[in-house]
Design a protein around this ligand. Structure first.
Ligand SMILES: *Cc1c(COP(=O)(O)O)cnc(C)c1O
Length: 366
């Protein structure tokens, strides 16, 4: 039985409902910042329990524009973790600031106990990542941020619908950043992103920054960028937002089935599942003994398992000038050799999940 990683052909097997909205868009010519974008922003803000949502061109730009809106620039330092997707760190570097890394916990998110040691006179902002759909420890991170009077931007690109103590990821910080990339849980037909905030000032600033700093057609209030969410993608997002609760429920169910099937395999370490957190499993990641052998075995058995990611960012060629080395972040480095991602998406059948469990168990003779 094949278990594929990509579910996009299945997800959009019948695009007729989405396509039926396109003729009206084409007749209107409302391609940029049109009514579909305003509608998506209203619905997204409401779904997240935030006051404002600002549609942008990508999750990367959601992060970059948030940092710019909060005044981050050359000479500043921004604290994040080294085992995130490159975009988190790329957005920091694009502002001219320097990324400062902090090691992670056994949940693959930034370790709050190690943040204060990384705060220095140039630290301007904390950028926690809700990696894999595992919410970072936001209450503790917010306490640290308040103590040091630092703003927080949440990289929630992988954690749409996650929560800590019933509060949605993305609503703790000054802004929460989301991606609508095809591989994310709420996905459009290309690039897209969205930022949420409760601050009218930040909302206004972001609306200027994403559209050339134009406060009206002829007035440049500040220098900005071109980073708008397309009307076309907003139409797709407006359909997907209706299915999103169901998508999330299915992923949570699939992850629970994998957890149950792997719980007694001694060579598999399932990360903690704290009852106060809602995990949304953008990725289903566990640690495994003899990981490379397991990966080869799974791929041979038709299971498209992957590694996110084999080399942390502080050990990438691009990070040379940051001065880190092997051993700088022992927890994250040890995890890099042990993590494996199994498909857990909403289009898997119970039979496929059970086949995956069986393939892992048979590798270890469990
Ligand atoms: C996907 C992702 C981004 C960037 O989103 P894009 O829409 O692809 O630009 C940023 N951070 C994390 C953690 C991501 O997974």
């Amino acid at each position: 039985m094949r278990v594929e990683y990509s579910y996009l052909p299945a997800q959009f097997a019948d695009p007729s409902r989405i396509l039926s909205d396109l003729p009206a868009l084409i007749r209107s010519g409302d391609y940029t910042l049109g009514e579909p974008v305003r509608e998506f922003e209203r619905r997204f803000a409401q779904a997240m329990g935030a006051r404002f949502a600002i549609g942008v061109n990508s999750g990367t730009d959601a992060l970059f524009l948030s940092l710019v809106a909060l005044g981050v620039g050359p000479g500043d330092e921004v604290i994040t973790m080294p085992s995130t997707f490159v975009a988190t760190v790329g957005a920091i570097v694009a502002t001219g600031a320097r990324p400062v890394f902090v090691d992670v916990t056994d949940e693959f998110t930034i370790d709050p106990a190690k943040i204060e040691a990384a705060i220095g006179p140039r630290t301007t902002l904390l950028l926690p990542v809700h990696w894999a759909g595992h919410p970072a420890d936001m209450p503790e991170i917010m306490r640290i941020a308040e103590r040091h009077e630092l703003p927080v931007v949440e990289d929630s690109c992988q954690a749409l619908g996650g929560a800590v103590d019933g509060r949605t990821t993305g609503t703790f910080g000054a802004t929460g950043c989301f991606s609508l990339h095809p591989l994310k849980n709420l996905n459009v037909w290309g690039d897209g992103g969205v930022i949420i905030t409760d601050s009218p000032e930040i909302d206004e600033r972001l609306r200027l920054l994403r559209n050339h700093g134009l406060s009206d057609r002829d007035t440049v209030a500040c220098w900005g960028y071109n980073s708008r969410l397309d009307s076309l993608q907003a139409i797709v997002a407006n359909h997907l937002i209706e299915e999103f609760a169901l998508i999330t429920e299915r992923r949570i169910r699939n992850a629970a089935r994998l957890d149950a099937g792997l719980a007694d395999v001694a060579q598999i370490e399932i990360p903690p599942r704290h009852p106060r957190k809602r995990y949304v499993y953008h990725l289903y990641v566990v640690q495994a003994d003899d990981r490379d052998g397991l990966l080869e075995h799974l791929v041979g058995a038709g299971v498209e398992a992957k590694i996110h990611y084999p080399r942390p960012l502080h050990l990438q060629p691009a990070a040379k000038e940051l001065g880190y080395r092997e051993g700088s972040f022992p927890v994250c480095e040890a995890q890099a050799g042990r993590i494996i991602t199994l498909p857990a998406h909403q289009h898997l059948s119970d039979e496929q999940i059970d086949a995956m469990i069986e393939a892992v168990r048979s590798y270890y003779g469990a």
